[in-house]
Design a protein around this ligand. Sequence first.
Ligand SMILES: [Ca+2]
Ligand SMILES: [Ca+2]
Ligand SMILES: [Ca+2]
Ligand SMILES: [Ca+2]
Length: 424
Amino acid sequence: MNMIYSRLKIYVATSLITGCCLCFSGCEKDPDFPTTVTTKDGKVAIDIPPGGFQTPRCKVLSITPTLIKEGNYEMQWNIDDSIISSQEELEFIAIKPQKYTITLQATDENKQVSTLRFNITVNDEEKAYSPYITSVPEYKPAPGQFVNELPKYEEGDTQKAMNQKVLEAIGYNTRGMITLGGYGGYVICGFDHTIVNVPGEYDLKILGNAFYANSNPNPEASEKGGSCEPGIVMVAYDRNKNGVADDDEWYELAGSEYHKETTLKEYQITYYRPDEYHDPVEAPENEQSWNTDAEYIAWTDNRNAQGFMPKNVYHNQDYYPKWLEEDELSFRGTLLPNNAKDESGEGTYWVLYAYPWGYADNGLNTDETSNFKIEWAVDTSGNPVHLPGIDFVKIYTGVNQYCGWLGEMSTEVMGINDLHLLNN
Ligand SMILES: [Ca+2]
Ligand SMILES: [Ca+2]
Ligand SMILES: [Ca+2]
Ligand SMILES: [Ca+2]
């Protein structure tokens, strides 16, 4: 009894010294208590956890100041002379492990500036991060001539099994290849850390199988072309830290075509699975003789257009994803203008032209054109959005075009690299 009493006394004394409220349970594990740093004028404060702010590198640490005196403040967070945020909440992330001294300047309605300072210690991660894809939450291709082949569908495969096959093909540094099929088909990839948005620098590279042709029958062509199948890139910042890319956490990376009038927003397409009674429709002998079924997969869109994805002689498997139960498959997004031209005029020489920047499977893997900046992110109204980093990447085929014997325009993906981790 005596001993318990004396322990309690020490406990109370410690609590009084550190200014922490008294508690008899729940405080048992740490002898330190949170402290608070307050601006000189006592208007704004930050609660510092026991041992100070600590975070592994490439993980976001969120810090919200406490307003002791209520009011409207403009917050500015600095490291030395650089502004790192002007939001009320600081979403801090860093690649380099070290101690960072942060200055918060809170300016009230009367332009009175209050300042406080605190440290954040960034540590190395416990288990070394991978600079590559480490998870595939979802793979949903549109129909296409390589669908059910890249990756290979086997009887009984579920959506989960197909996601796993995609991870095995393009995760880590495997550099296998998957197809996204026609317009809208997509893959969502995740990482074991947050890819940091480093201002002014490329943050990630998306690997595809684009190449430029050695020759072009059209000597006037000014753009680079060959086999460029632009995929639109979206990024998600896991703001609520639930490990999932929620609907309101996605942003499109606005590539070179985003603001052009020829690019359609909120385009929607629906593909229909051919039913079991479907008979192949032969194309006229003189044209499209490479197709074994000219009216194979029907599609409609929200612009009153419709058409078919033919089946060609080179790929005889089912083009509609076989693991999906739905007989209709809809995709919604931004639609890029057609980028392929039949430069021979007789259907023999198609050139798939590259857009300048900002699309997957659109430039060489060795070129800057396969690199991406997180700062290109825009919201659904096209306004730039600042993200501290990103946790997920979604890529979808951005063009709805059929290129004769070459088949449908379909983006391929071979991997994603975090350029900062690879450069370190
Ligand atoms: Ca960047
Ligand atoms: Ca989330
Ligand atoms: Ca393709
Ligand atoms: Ca390709």
